[in-house]
Ligand binder design. Structure first.
Ligand code: ADP
Length: 478
């Protein structure tokens, strides 16, 4: 395959990074180089922030309906180029082609959704009595910084850049170094539909070299970060230096609670979907299944059978599950397998590299059974296709185990008892609760964490708050 060359996108121009350096992006299915990419550093970040700053006043002052039109046009352009975008996303990340395509269409949907909101995000009037007129204005923040992870490279850009641009902010995006490509392909489409130069800028590069200078730049106005708790902590400290607001969407160890009264076939399929989707590299993965003691054996037996049928392969061949994104991620999964075995978990399925692959970062879909809540494999995020199965006796114990981790991103509940579902939905410490369908929701539904899963909400109308400030104007009538 011909290695494709990618530059940076700053101020509407394609340019090599100031240092002239590049890095390689690999196909995790083959470990072959698919592209060389500009390796940005502080100088490029500075240029991008300056470009975004220069573009801000005119973009802010455009009529909201005009900004909306451009966002709609972009949504249509993304759909028209869905095959090409999905192809590159798949090569870059290893994810199955149909999944990549779904994520591309969801990206289009983010631009469409927030286009619809651009001219409908109103302020309020506040009654202070006859002598006053008081109202609020919602102003854009200014230059927004977006540090993006590798598990949903394009989709996460849509998720945070669309609401930012809709409200009149400009954006600097630092994609993950593992998946640098689709952010740039999106820039091509932005140019094609006529976004002004500097509204959307992309600087690729490594976390320390490009991400850190972006978060430390004095002229950004807010930071949206999705990634690990460790990096989130560093970013929050950096943001504190300049008192910049941050939205942090960090890890998860989300519980999927299966009661005996549920449809077993449904629960098995949804539990598998919850952990094996995107090879388990999903912050909201249902990585802990909590199953009621009475159906434990039947559930595990059916889940093992289901798991054994999952087809693994190269993303471009549209398997059910592709490889992990990188060697680093592969080694992390391997380490956690060792920890699980040492802690006494039983490997009921998978647990190793699939023997049919001698290249690529493939890992078998894996079930760790007889896990107890205190084990590290029940507490720590593995970020691979490794499911921990725990057992509970009653609802109270299920709740205690479910909430007994440092994370609180999402939670699933499978039951036919509406009261049980509602009690748990009320008491679970999680930003999203799914009942009878794992990952239920969409671009419209607010998403974010409790506890160390982070704070701030992305998606839905809630996300608009991240990219706007409220100004109150109080007028005394004399
Ligand atoms: P992972 O460990 O899963 O790769 P990270 O949280 O380290 O996830 O990475 C998510 C994003 O954060 C990537 O775009 C990465 O380059 C970026 N990043 C990593 N370290 C830093 C840092 N110190 N400052 C800013 N961004 C960073």
């Amino acid at each position: 395959m011909k290695v494709r060359e990618f530059k940076q996108f700053i101020g509407g121009e394609w340019a090599a990074p100031a240092s002239g350096q590049t890095f390689e992006s690999l196909d995790p299915s083959t470990e072959e180089v698919i592209a060389t990419v500009g390796r940005g550093d502080a100088a490029d970040i500075d240029a991008a922030v300056n470009a975004a700053r220069a573009a801000f006043p005119a973009w802010r002052d455009r009529k909201p309906k005009e900004r909306a039109r451009l966002l709609y046009d972009l949504a249509r352009a993304i759909e028209a180029h869905a095959d090409d975008l999905a192809h590159w996303e798949t090569l870059d990340s290893g994810k199955p082609l149909p999944r990549a395509r779904g994520e591309v269409l969801s990206t289009a949907r983010y631009f469409e959704f927030y286009a619809g909101a651009a001219d409908k995000y109103y302020g309020e009037t506040i009654p202070l009595g006859a002598d006053y007129i008081d109202f609020t204005l919602r102003e854009p923040m200014g230059v927004t910084a977006h540090i993006v992870p590798w598990n949903f490279p394009l989709n996460m850009i849509g998720r945070s850049v669309a609401p930012a641009l809709a409200l009149g902010n400009t954006a600097v995006v630092k994609p993950a170094e593992q998946t640098p490509l689709t952010a740039l392909l999106l820039a091509e489409l932005m140019q094609e539909v006529g976004f002004p130069a500097g509204v959307y800028n992309v600087v690729n590069g490594f976390g320390i070299e490009a991400g850190a200078p972006l978060t430390a730049h004095p002229d950004i106005d807010c930071i949206t970060f999705t990634g690990s708790v460790e990096t989130g902590r560093i970013i929050m400290k950096t943001a504190a230096e300049h008192i910049k607001p941050v939205v942090l969407e960090l890890g998860g160890k989300s519980p999927n609670i299966i009661f005996a009264d549920t449809d077993l076939g449904l629960a098995v399929a949804e539990a598998a979907k919850g952990i094996y989707s995107n090879t388990g590299q999903v912050c909201s993965a249902g990585s802990r299944v909590l199953v009621e003691a009475g159906i434990r054996d039947a559930f595990v037996e059916q889940l093992v059978a289901h798991t054994s049928r999952i087809k693994i392969g190269r993303g471009v061949d549209s398997p059910e599950m592709g490889p992990l994104v990188s060697r680093e991620q592969y080694e992390r999964v391997e380490v956690y397998m060792g920890i699980g075995r040492e802690e006494g978990a039983e490997v009921a399925a998978g647990g190793a590299r699939p023997p049919e692959f001698d290249k690529g970062y493939f890992w078998q879909p894996t079930i760790l059974d007889r896990v107890t809540p205190d084990m590290r494999v029940a507490q720590e995020e593995i970020f691979g296709p490794v499911l921990a199965v725990l057992t509970f006796e009653d609802e109270a114990e299920a709740l205690e185990i479910a909430n007994g981790v440092r994370y609180g991103l999402v939670a699933g509940i499978f039951t036919n008892d509406i009261n049980k579902a509602m009690r748990l939905a009320r008491d679970l410490k999680a930003g999203q609760v799914y009942v009878n369908e794992y990952f239920a929701g969409g671009e419209e539904t607010p998403f974010g964490g409790y506890k160390q899963s982070g704070f701030g909400r992305e998606k839905g109308l809630e996300a608009l708050a991240n990219y706007s400030q409220v100004k109150n104007v109080a007028i005394r009538i004399r």
